[in-house]
Design a protein around this ligand. Structure first.
Ligand SMILES: Nc1nc2c(ncn2[C@@H]2O[C@H](COP(=O)(O)OP(=O)(O)OP(=O)(O)O)[C@@H](O)[C@H]2O)c(=O)[nH]1
Ligand SMILES: [Mg+2]
Length: 354
């Protein structure tokens, strides 16, 4: 492990970021070994909303911690609960609001955790990160939460992290238990899930929903308490570093931007689709208008043909009634037809019957 830390500093005026290398000892969190009074170890309990953080804190500490039984997120702020782990040792378990909260954003949750860490400025012995073994999929949100955890802790802190699966006591039968065990195996061994984190020193344990397994998790952390601060604590000691500037904060804001970009792309695609549909509709309307025009022309021509036929019929009827066409008119028509080109120049007598 490096003996140095990289301290990132953001200049709000110019927006430029400076990175300074400082000896790690400078940033070691204050110790809670008091010369007079009991030793205090502080452990953070983290994870998504509803995974059972408050239940675990209540079971370990024996305190009346509020547990949420509704669809809404329950814990809204960090709260530390204490219990005695020996004659001269107090353990403080800190219940945190869960990520993927039903009402608050992840950056809000990270701010709550950051504020608590800044206000209390305590040395954190370790972190318990909880995940429901009953979840059938390792979703995008599960991955994001794990990444946030990595951002908060930093790689150097992973040997003080316990990845913990919960809800084992809600499994109803052997078949479901076998499925859960298969998921557990995949979770801890796959490079896609917890494998790399465990590879870098994090432990894995089951929480069975009661005090004994809860205390065993805490004991495993206390056997190897952290002596260095978490990455988030180190970052927050820089006065110009905001929550958004921290590694975890940047992960969250990058995710928000990614989601916004996805939404923007979807909106653009939808607009393009609508534009194409509108153009298609306009083309169809134009084709229908032209067809209507052609139809009107056909109808007018048909009407003229019928009118012409009617006129001929009337004339023939009249001729038939009067004993046939007027021979003089027939002769006149014959002459006009044969001498057509000359009729304009020559003055023929009119054959029209007066
Ligand atoms: N069967 C079973 N139910 C559990 C266990 N842990 C928690 N629950 C139930 O899960 C629900 C949520 O538990 P909480 O302890 O409030 O979860 P949380 O992680 O603190 O939730 P937020 O405060 O919203 O972040 C409650 O109904 C609990 O009774 C467990 O190990 N087994
Ligand atoms: Mg809670």
């Amino acid at each position: 492990m490096s003996k140095y830390d990289l301290v990132k500093q953001l200049d709000n005026g110019t927006g430029s970021r400076t990175i300074t290398v400082v000896p790690r000892a400078t940033y070691t969190a204050p110790s809670h070994h008091c010369s007079h009074g009991p030793r205090k170890s502080v452990i953070l309990i983290m994870g998504a909303t509803g995974v059972g953080k408050s239940s675990l804190v209540g079971a370990i500490s024996g305190q009346p911690v509020a547990v949420g039984h509704t669809l809404s997120s329950c814990t809204s702020e960090c709260q530390a609960w204490e219990y005695s782990a020996g004659p001269n040792h107090i353990v403080q378990v800190v219940d945190t609001p869960g990520f993927n909260d039903t009402k608050r954003s992840d950056i809000d949750i990270l701010s709550s955790i950051s504020s608590w860490l800044s206000l209390n400025d305590v040395s954190i012995s370790g972190v318990v990160y909880m995940h429901r073994i009953t979840d059938k999929r390792f979703t995008g949100a599960s991955r994001m939460n794990l990444n946030i955890l990595l951002g908060i802790c930093g790689e150097h802190f992973l040997p003080h992290v316990v990845l913990c699966s919960t809800m084992w006591n809600s499994i109803p039968n052997e078949q479901v238990a076998n499925e859960a065990a298969a998921r557990e195996h995949e979770l801890v061994s796959s490079a896609e899930f917890w494998g790399p984190v465990i590879g870098k020193g994090a432990k894995y344990m089951r929480y069975m929903g009661e005090e004994e397994s809860g205390r065993a998790i805490i004991k495993s952390i206390l056997e190897h308490s952290a002596t260095h601060a978490m990455a988030l604590q180190l970052e927050l000691r820089n006065p110009s570093c905001t929550v958004e500037d921290t590694e975890a904060g940047r992960l969250i804001t990058a995710e928000i931007r990614r989601k916004e970009e996805k939404l923007r792309q979807e909106r653009l695609e939808q607009e393009e689709e609508e534009r194409e549909l509108r153009e298609e509709l306009a083309l169809e309307q134009e084709a229908a208008r032209r067809e209507e025009q052609r139809q009107r022309v056909r109808e007018a021509a048909a009407a003229r043909r019928i009118e012409g036929r009617n006129t001929r019929d009337t004339r023939e009827t009249r001729d038939n009634r009067s004993g046939g066409p007027d021979p003089m008119a027939v002769m006149g028509a014959e002459v006009s037809w044969r001498l057509g080109p000359l009729t304009g120049k020559m003055n023929f007598p009119s054959f029209r019957r007066r």
